[in-house]
Design a protein around this ligand. Structure first.
Ligand SMILES: [Ca+2]
Length: 753
């Protein structure tokens, strides 16, 4: 038996399957079940990936024109699927699931191979089974790239066991460029691979993979490329005890919380125009500013501790300790991280402990994911899930540390032997090569840093304040743009305004509806043309807010005539959707028993009028129908009253409102698709505790507008020859440095034997 285990290899699995028959049967059943599940599980966050690739569709190059929070391999892995399927959802999802399913199955095989080798077949099968039965792994693996990072991390462990330094280094490098975490495996690998030449080979192959994966983007746009990494530094904490300390009870999906356009502006420039805030997770303002630094120091300290604790006979325990103690101090934890971490628990522990710890980890992860299911969110449930998982991490770390301290006594300590450094050692041509290549690395790095620091990352700011008139357009000529300039617009007005960026006579960017506050990004693609910013005052300024919901299929008009406020909506009838105008008066009172709202109105043509009372107590809008689509023109003033005996559109009694804090009174005016109707409003009045209060119907036909424009110039190669030469020198000398160091150590090892 031991002979078979000893000879275990890929060839053995494929051609001499006999001893592994038991596992192979289970594994094939798993693949069949997984394929079936991946056909029936509904599509969810896979579509996030399609949105990451959206800029590529418009011709923008990843890491050069925009950045995302994944390292190059991790980002590019599904990109061919998006392009080949022409962004077709079903085809893309099918291809993505096939890939993730394949990597998960291969990971399960590797788990078996690794544990089988260290602890025998029964443990191997049990570890693989634990992962195969992880519901959270199977479900989140449909839409996250975690299993690809896992596969390369496991491959690295597999090669560590065979003491194959270069292959371990390559696997760690590829894994790290998929999802960063696998880079942590350098710690157990450096301890496991004893000879100095193996350590050099390991570090050398990892760094060369990382360098080559990043090189094209570093050359193309170093400022944009680095954003893919520095962006994680700017993020807030999520779903960890550290997040609870910071008071953040949200998730870590920064991509849905932060302004989308920022991906087009290098982080260093964006920082200058977008201040961090406690409500923006992507640019988070910490209430304990020292916390992220402390966590980083503790995380790095834990790596050092793991390095000292790992020993020859406990690679699996040591690897798990490295990962879990570092993750314990991670500021964030998303449920999908379990796909990567659970297998390491399954491999590090034995028998019952393995099953119990994995089951607890699975339950913790499931509770944490349930929080984000529609309608399931509760901050106390989230805190419970986070504390449960943290306690489990502490238990895992303690058990592993205890085990490693105990086994330390049995295993002979390894003493790190430094080579005897003498003049003769230095006279070796390999050492000279090494020193020369270090010098070349230093010189070329210095040249690159000098060149980059000359590039101005300042963001030009242009500001204009001007008066505008109702239904008039105001134009601001902008000039001196350079190709690829990122132009960020920030327009604030006291009335809903249509904002457009015009190139020549062509509108190249516009807000989708008139707004009080418009933000947007435009990338200059033709610097030769003249650009201008136009603002059109679509509605008057007022003490109530106006929301236009004509969806670019029509327009509304609001005008004051004597004591009445006239609303007109013209729907062009192109989208089969009704048009709505919403008016909202902010108020602040607690509804008493006599609370009522009165409206006097006229109506021409069929349209629907709704009176809304917004309660801040339960965050609900209580709606009452004033006029229905069936009501024909009403030519004499009518009065509608919502009081405690009225019934809402949902059939609720207004009586329920008593004691509620009322935040706003709304009038919602709806016009059918293709219709043209108007409505007059007079004497909109709120009564509470015997006191009547008329709401302000006044409007002003002039307003002021504040336009801010930020121009972030982009990096472009001015002297490409020298840049290319520097990068070539840097890459080549890195390779030579690692190679000569390896050869030198190899020579010394040979001499010793
Ligand atoms: Ca319409």
């Amino acid at each position: 038996m031991s002979k078979i285990v000893g000879k275990l290899s890929w060839q053995n699995i494929l051609f001499h399957a006999e001893p592994h028959k038991r596992f192979l049967r289970i594994w094939l059943a798993f693949i069949v079940a997984l394929s079936f599940l991946y056909v029936i599980i509904p599509v969810s966050y896979e579509l996030n990936w399609l949105s990451y690739y959206e800029p590529v569709k418009k011709g923008y190059v990843p890491f050069i024109d925009f950045h995302v929070g994944y390292p190059p391999i991790g980002f590019f892995i599904y990109l061919p699927y998006a392009v080949l399927s022409n962004f077709h959802t079903t085809v893309f999802v099918a291809l993505m699931r096939m890939t993730n399913g394949l990597f998960l199955s291969m990971s399960v095989l590797l788990i078996y191979l690794i544990v089988n080798r260290v602890r025998g077949q029964n443990e191997g099968i049990l570890s693989a089974l634990v992962v195969m039965f992880s519901v959270s792994t199977i479900s989140t693996n449909t839409c996250s790239s975690e299993s690809i990072a896992l596969f390369f991390a496991l491959l690295a462990v597999y090669y560590m066991l065979s003491k194959k330094a270069a292959l371990t280094g390559l696997s760690v490098g590829i894994g790290a460029m998929t999802k960063i975490f696998p880079v942590l495996l350098i710690i157990p690998a450096a301890k496991k691979l004893k000879p100095s030449r193996d350590k050099v080979l390991l570090l050398g192959s990892t760094t060369m993979v990382v360098l080559f994966a990043n090189l094209p983007f570093m050359i193309g746009n170093p400022f944009m490329w680095i954003g893919a990494y520095t962006f994680h530094g700017a993020r807030g904490p999520w779903e960890t005890v550290w997040a609870l300390i910071e008071g953040w009870y949200g998730h870590g999906g920064a991509e849905v919380l932060h302004p989308y356009y920022e991906v087009f502006i290098p982080y260093m420039q964006f920082r200058g125009i977008y201040p961090p805030s406690p409500s923006d997770h992507a640019y988070f303002l910490w209430s304990h500013p020292w916390l992220p630094t402390l966590l980083l120091i503790l995380g790095l300290g834990s790596l050092l501790l793991s390095y000292f604790l790992i020993n020859e006979n406990s690679l699996l325990e040591g690897t798990a300790l490295t990962l879990f103690s570092f993750m314990f101090f991670s500021k964030g934890y998303s449920p999908e991280f379990t796909v990567f971490l659970l297998p390491f628990v399954a491999m590090a522990f034995k028998r019952v402990r393995k099953i119990l710890l994995c089951a607890a980890f699975e339950v913790g992860t499931l509770v944490q994911s349930i929080v984000w299911r529609p309608g399931m969110y509760s901050s106390s449930l989230l805190a419970f899930a986070v504390i449960l998982r943290t306690a489990l991490f502490l238990l895992i770390i303690s058990l592993l540390t205890l085990h490693l301290i105990r086994s330390q006594e049995i295993v002979r300590r390894t003493i790190i032997r430094l080579p005897k450094i003498s003049l003769r050692w230095f006279m070796d041509k390999l050492v000279i090569f090494f020193i020369l290549s270090l010098l070349t690395i230093g010189i070329s790095t210095q040249y690159l840093i000098n060149t980059y620091s000359q590039f101005s990352l300042a963001v030009e700011t242009k500001t204009r304040t001007n008066g505008i008139e109702l239904y008039k357009t105001s134009t601001w000529d902008l000039s001196n743009f350079v190709k690829k300039d990122r132009v960020l617009l920030n327009v604030t007005s006291k009335s809903p305004t249509t904002v457009s960026l015009v190139r020549g006579n062509e509108t190249v960017w516009t807000n989708t509806k008139p707004q009080y506050h418009t933000k947007g990004l435009f990338i200059i693609d033709n610097a030769a043309k003249s650009y201008s910013l136009t603002t059109f005052m679509a509605y008057p300024a007022s003490n109530f807010t106006i929301t236009d919901e004509t969806s670019q299929d029509g327009f509304g008009k609001i005008e004051k005539e004597a004591s009445a406020l006239n609303l007109t909506v013209v729907d062009l009838g192109k989208d089969n959707v009704n048009s709505t105008l919403r008016l909202s008066w902010p108020i602040n009172l607690v509804a008493a028993a006599d609370f009522k709202v009165k409206v006097m109105y006229l109506q021409s043509n069929a349209s629907r009028i709704i009176l809304g009372i917004f309660s801040t107590t339960d965050n609900r809008l209580y709606e009452y129908e004033v006029a229905t689509f069936n009501s024909s023109s009403i030519e004499s003033w009518r009065q509608f009253e919502a009081n405690s005996s009225s019934v809402t559109l949902e059939g609720q009694s207004s009586f329920n409102l008593q004691g509620h804090e009322i935040g706003a009174i709304n009038i919602i005016y709806m016009v059918g698709d293709g219709a043209n109707a108007s409505f007059s409003l007079k004497n909109l009045e709120v009564q509470n505790m015997g006191k009547p209060k008329a709401l302000d119907l006044g409007v002003r036909d002039t307003s002021q507008i504040l336009s801010q424009i930020y121009v972030a110039h982009q990096y472009s190669l001015e002297n490409p020859t020298m840049i290319y030469a520097s990068y070539s020198a840097l890459t080549l000398s890195s390779a030579v440095a690692w190679f000569s160091l390896f050869k030198k150590f190899e020579k010394e090892t040979d001499r010793k034997h």
